[in-house]
Design a protein around this ligand. Sequence first.
Ligand SMILES: *[C@@H]1O[C@H](CO)[C@@H](O)[C@H](O)[C@H]1NC(C)=O
Length: 355
Amino acid sequence: MFTLHLLLLAVPPGILAIHSEYPYERDHPHSYFKDFPCPNAEDIAPCTCTYLEDESVMDMECKHLADEQELYEVFQAAMPDPNFRRLELVTKNIGTLSYYIFGNATFEEVVTNVVVPGTTSHVGPKTFINSLSTLRVLLLYKNELTENDFPFDTLSQYTALRHLSFYNNHISVFPSIESSTLKDLDMGNNPYREIPAGALDNLPNLEYFWADATHTDSMATGIFASLPHLKSISMAVSHLGNLNSLQFEVNSNSMELIDLPFNGIASIEENTFKGVTSGIIALEDNLITLLPENSWRPLVEAGVVLKLKGNDLLCGCDVAWLVLEPSFHGLVEDATCQDGEKLVDLDPTYFENNC
Ligand SMILES: *[C@@H]1O[C@H](CO)[C@@H](O)[C@H](O)[C@H]1NC(C)=O
């Protein structure tokens, strides 16, 4: 599990999330023409445009740009069709993405810095204004955006927006975001310390929330309770510490994963995960010592899988209820006691006689 988590963290979580729906590794060796409706190649260098005939879409890729001016000039080229599917942009040498920088172009997907970190430190309120009705995916990975450098208050106007990522930026205050269409929000790897009450209340279609590797040590209760379609909460390697009642309350029947490894969690109050009736709660590599029946039986009875490897379970009488019920063992299979023995291998007669 340890290696798996490191692996997952090495890849921006948003990429994993959208990968099935919008594969980036496309393999169409014979299907594309590089010309019509793309602009002339020499007019847009160093960007390149690819027309995928099968899907009738045009993708633009821009790397090795010298500065903002060069990007601006690319989109001043004559364009037979300014409606692109994807813009993939490496923003090294680009600080501000301002109004007009993309000319009259529209995009469905804008992806920055999939591999190399970029330098974008400001996005203007109208930068993507031509794409209000087309933009489905906006992934501003690995830039230098703070909470003041992106027009969060304009997001509600993007009527097709599904996937939004600020993974690995410099956001130190969790922004207020409103969108009736957004499904996938990645706020991971940013230095904010608090997720305030109501932070996700205006995202009624949210399914995936990613906030891995942040400095979050304070999270209001009920953040997730307003999300009927929620499937996944991922907050690995943050600073949550002890969990309080209702902090992860959900009102969704679609839960697949609540991922909280490496959070310094020692204690978890009753009803912390109220409403969770499916999926996995992953708590590996925390500091949990006890599994009191009041807290955990409702989850296990509903069939929720608990991942508990790498904790400090004392495996005293507090786990008797688990040890003595073989039908629960499959749900706590990796739980390991302080002395290294697996919880499911403990001798039930000891617990029958002593607890
Ligand atoms: C953008 O559209 C306007 C209005 O149609 C036009 O005047 C202008 O030349 C276009 N700009 C570019 C860069 O194509």
